[in-house]
Structure formats: C-alpha cells, structure tokens
Design a binder for this molecule. Structure first.
Ligand code: COA
Length: 221
C-alpha cells in the first residue's frame, strides 16, 4: 500500500471512492480546486499490490484525504481544514485513514505554518469520531445544528498542531548535539586548534522544513 500526494489524474477514482463511502459529494472541479490550490495537502492511499489486468490498468485508489487551508479564517489564525476523508470498506482498519490524516496535518504545518486543523463530523459517525478523538487527539469545539443537507448536526472539531513545532525543536536540538560531537572529532588540536579559538563560531540555520509560505510573506517594520 502506498500513501502519496494526490495527483489531478487521480480525481476520477477519488470521486468514485467518495460517492461509494459518503453522502457528501462534490463536482470534479471542487477536487481540482483543492489539488491546484494546495497541492501539498491532499493524499491518496493506493493499493499497488493489486494485479494489473492490462498495462493501462492504473493502481486502485482505496482511500483519500482532501484538505485545504482556510482562505479567510474568521479568527484570523492560519489553519487547515479537512474537506473529506474516506477509505473503501475492503481496506478499513488497516490504519490508512490515520496515516492519511497525519500526512496532511504535517504538510499543513510545514508548508503553510498552520496552527491548527479543523473538520466537521456527523454526530452519529462513531467510526470517524473515534478516529478523530481517540486516535488523533481532536477536541470537540461545539455542535453545529442541522449542518448536513439531511438535517443532522455536526461536531466541529479541531486539533492544535503545536506538537509538530515541539517535535521539530526536539529534532533540531538532537541534530545540534550530534553536530558538536562531529566538530570536536574533526577539529584541529594543539596549538593549531587554539589558534582558531577566537574565530567566528559556526551557527546552524534552518533551511527547507518549516519555512512555509507564511515565512515568505513580506512584512513591514
Ligand atoms: C472513518 C474511516 C475513514 C476510518 O478509516 P480506516 O482506514 O478504517 O481507519 P483506521 O484504520 O486508520 O483506524 C484508526 C482508528 O480509528 C478508529 N476506528 C476506525 N474505524 C472504526 C470503527 N468502525 N469503529 C470504531 N472505531 C473505529 C479506531 O480507533 C482505529 O484505531 P484501531 O484500529 O487501532 O482501533 C472509514 O471508516 C470510512 O471511510 N468511513 C466512511 C466515510 C467517513 O465516515 N468519513 C469520515 C467523514 S467525517
């Protein structure tokens, strides 16, 4: 099983998976809007072990998470939103939904510096609520009455992404620890080493990870 980024060419299969599993369905262009606007945030689970019937037989998409950034957040806080998630019945309870969700959350944080992720879930959806609350640690942020087209209420849930910041800081300090050992072993010793004592110390700077779009915005002052 592969978990990889959603590609526009997956959309027909994702749409099929969505129609099979959920009553909330969308036009093709809505999937495309997600894929083109936030290409880092949506993932698919693909069953690559399934035997091909012909050379043109694409591997089957068995699950997906469709996610976006909230474009105009009411609270002014940069955050992501899960638009839709489902896994085919044949492939449930294998941990796929959990993996899809975790990948998307990490991408929201690393790419867009999202501070939290939000979603809606039917109050009657026991499986999804357990996934969100017990496995992933989402908190119930209130009930939205009649949120769904059939009149059912939704729980509005959210999860803070601060834990990813802490993880990154831990990783960084571990790397720094390893770095200083490396410098000691490789550095010059004796009078040659002492001659360099006054020289400028090497400073670690972060590149790539965590420098999301948010960091590239020009700020005044
Ligand atoms: C909800 C759904 C996405 C879960 O997918 P999944 O790949 O089977 O979930 P995972 O295997 O990652 O399960 C992770 C955890 O979620 C919870 N969970 C998943 N299915 C559950 C079920 N039927 N009953 C109770 N808890 C369940 C469990 O805590 C599970 O951990 P465990 O297997 O260690 O007990 C899937 O059931 C589904 O597609 N349902 C229909 C569509 C849907 O409801 N989408 C969510 C809309 S908000």
């Amino acid at each position: 099983m592969d978990i990889r980024l959603l590609r526009p060419s997956d959309i027909p299969q994702i749409q099929q998976t969505n129609i099979t599993n959920l009553p909330e369905n969308y036009f093709c262009k809505y999937y495309m809007y997600h894929a083109l606007s936030w290409p880092q945030l949506s993932y698919v689970a693909v069953d690559v072990s399934r035997p091909k019937k012909s050379p043109y037989d694409a591997p089957k998409v068995v699950g997906y998470v469709l996610a976006k950034m909230e474009e105009d957040p009411q609270d002014g806080v940069q955050h992501g939103h899960i638009t839709s998630l489902s896994v085919m019945r044949t492939h449930r309870r294998l941990g796929l939904a959990e993996k899809l969700m975790r990948q998307s959350q990490r991408a929201m944080y690393e790419t867009y510096s999202a501070q939290y992720v939000s979603l809606h879930v039917r109050v009657s959806n026991v499986a999804a609520r357990s996934l969100y609350e017990v496995t992933l640690g989402f908190k119930n942020n209130g009930t939205e009455a009649g949120y769904y087209a059939d009149g059912e209420d939704a729980f509005s849930m959210r999860k803070d992404l601060d834990y990813l910041r802490e993880e990154a800081l831990e990783e960084e300090s571990e790397e720094e620890g390893e770095g200083s050992v490396g410098r000691d072993e490789g550095g010059e010793v004796g009078s040659a080493g002492r001659a360099g004592e006054g020289a400028e110390r090497l400073r670690k700077v972060r590149v790539g990870r965590q420098l999301g779009v948010g960091d590239l915005v020009e700020r005044s002052g």
